[in-house]
Design a protein around this ligand. Structure first.
Ligand code: ZN
Length: 525
């Protein structure tokens, strides 16, 4: 009985620190504490050791939950978010002291709650020790309970995303991450300084008649084959389709764009470094635009340390709006809209505004508002075709979730375009995705895919100065996202020596060469 109560005493602090399925995962991991109590040992000293071991382990979960609750309630962030990790990596001892002073009421409250729950745990374990001494014959069920808890723990530890949340696993890795970040800080700083220097050395010049604003919307995991704008049978892009109908003169849909990569960090490195991320003389799109006289913005609903360090920090102004890394981030993409509006309204001058979205990155169900699950439980032709193709119920459900995310995404993309159109002056607007996504089209798989064309299949849309006068046959050429910088700098009126006309699909001298993909792709598909 006292053991069960001790288990229950962990529940309230954990509920405050975790939600949904994560809470269940962490509860399964707490078996590593209770398992100590289950084995029927007789001696008083042996049982005291059992209680101590259980107490230390349960105490670790309590301390973990307490730190998480504090960070969550103070900044709405997870401890391993870019915001928290970079803030800590960037903190000196005196700043740490200032921090303690600034947040003392919250810290005091969390500290008091932690002490209280530790005391309660101690009392209950002491009680367990006393009660178990009185039992002449420990129940045989205890051995069964031990093996059951052990099984549960081993199962939970065998799954990597679960294991990560065991405090004994999480915090050493976290400390390493902070130390790594601090170590890389200096070198990243130097790299950025070098990129800026190299950009200045290119002496980029601005053509006076070029547009004054470019909004570049970089989304995530959007496969163009799922956009009705590209012929998908489900109505996933009604707003963009309507816009195309209204203004076909200055809105272009490029039919065959491809990413060189199937994941975000490599795709962005390739894109921003003009397809040459590992060249010793590489240039960076943002640094070049800044050197040419553009003001630069990075508005992001992404939380990724590498992206932040390699690209976002090169921008004059950064708005990082999502503080939860990885797949369980629930921040919806429309959070970028007010920031985009602010950037567009801010004074005169040439502007390059990068908007980085989560798009339809897994988990798909978190990429649309709960009330806007347009294709949940839909049993239409698309669904029946998947069924006929032998796709599992899980994949079919994920397809519905993915398409719901695309449908919501349509409204956000259209809104970024509308804001650019009404506030941008002589503006251009470009939308693309970092890479594609396979959602049951070629195999029973849903997610990033380096081994199928869908993993690289992306959309590319342009409006305004970016689309005007582009002939239809140019819009049907295969295009590489990693070369796009050449077309964009020309569009922005930037003259620089690194410009390669054969990589600019808007130039008559454009010559398509396929990227090095590990899979055979029909690039006109
Ligand atoms: Zn991505």
């Amino acid at each position: 009985m006292p053991a069960a109560l001790a288990g229950l005493s962990l529940l309230p602090p954990l509920v405050l620190a975790f939600d949904g399925t994560r809470l269940l995962q962490v509860l399964a991991l707490t078996a590593s504490a209770w398992l100590w109590l289950a084995w029927p040992l007789r001696g008083g000293r042996a049982r005291a050791m059992q209680a101590l071991a259980a107490g230390v382990m349960a105490g670790a979960f309590l301390a973990d939950a307490s730190v998480r609750s504090f960070i969550l309630s103070t900044w709405g962030a997870l401890p391993d978010s870019t915001m928290v990790v970079t803030a800590l990596a960037n903190t000196s001892d005196s700043e740490a002291a200032e921090f303690l002073l600034a947040y003392w009421p919250g810290l005091l409250q969390q500290g008091a709650l932690l002490l209280l729950s530790l005391a309660l745990l101690g009392v209950l374990l002491r009680r367990w020790w006393a009660v178990s001494a009185a039992q002449a014959h420990p129940s045989p069920w205890r051995r069964a309970a031990f093996f059951l808890l052990l099984l549960l723990l081993l199962a939970a530890l065998s799954i990597k995303p679960w294991r990560k949340y065991h405090p004994v696993v999480f915090w050493p890795l976290w400390a390493e991450q902070v130390a790594d970040t601090r170590a890389q800080w200096e070198s990243a700083h130097l790299q950025r300084a070098e990129l800026k220097q190299r950009a200045a050395a290119q002496a980029p010049a601005l053509a006076p008649a070029s547009p004054d604003t470019l909004v570049l919307v970089m989304s995530d995991s959007i496969n163009r084959a799922h956009l009705s704008l590209y012929g998908y049978p489900r109505q996933t892009t009604p707003q963009l389709a309507q816009r195309l109908q209204q203004r076909s003169g200055d809105f272009k849909v490029f039919r065959h764009p491809w990413s060189a990569d199937a994941s975000t960090v490599t795709a962005l490195a390739n894109f921003f470094h003009f397809g040459e991320p590992s060249s010793p003389s590489r240039n960076h799109f943002l640094a070049l635009a800044a050197a040419a006289g553009y003001q630069t913005w990075w508005i992001s609903n992404h939380d990724d340390l590498a992206i932040h360090r390699q690209h976002a920090q090169l921008a004059d102004r950064q708005s990082m709006l999502n503080n939860v890394p990885g797949r369980s981030a629930a921040s919806l993409d429309h959070t970028v809209l007010p920031e985009l509006e602010r950037a567009l309204r801010s004074g005169p001058g040439r502007k390059l505004i990068v908007v980085h979205l989560l798009g339809a990155h897994p988990h798909y169900r978190l990429r649309h508002p709960p009330g806007e699950a347009s294709f949940r439980d839909v049993r239409d032709m698309v669904y029946r075709q998947l069924e006929a193709g032998g796709r599992s119920a899980r994949t079919r459900e994920l397809r519905n979730d993915y398409d719901s995310a695309i449908r919501y995404h349509d409204s956000v993309i259209d809104r970024t375009l509308e804001l650019t159109r009404t506030l941008g002056g002589r503006a251009g607007w470009i939308f693309l995705s970092d890479h594609g996504q396979e959602v049951g089209s070629v195999s029973d798989h849903a997610g990033h895919s380096a081994s199928s064309a869908d993993g690289y299949r992306i959309p590319l849309l342009a409006w305004g100065e970016a689309a005007r006068g582009v002939p239809d046959e140019q819009a049907r050429l295969p295009i590489r996202a990693d070369w796009l910088g050449h077309s964009l700098t020309r569009l922005m009126g930037i003259h620089w020596p690194g410009y390669r006309p054969e990589r600019d699909f808007l130039h008559p001298g454009y010559r398509w060469t396929p990227p090095r993909h590990p899979v055979r792709i029909d690039y006109l598909s």
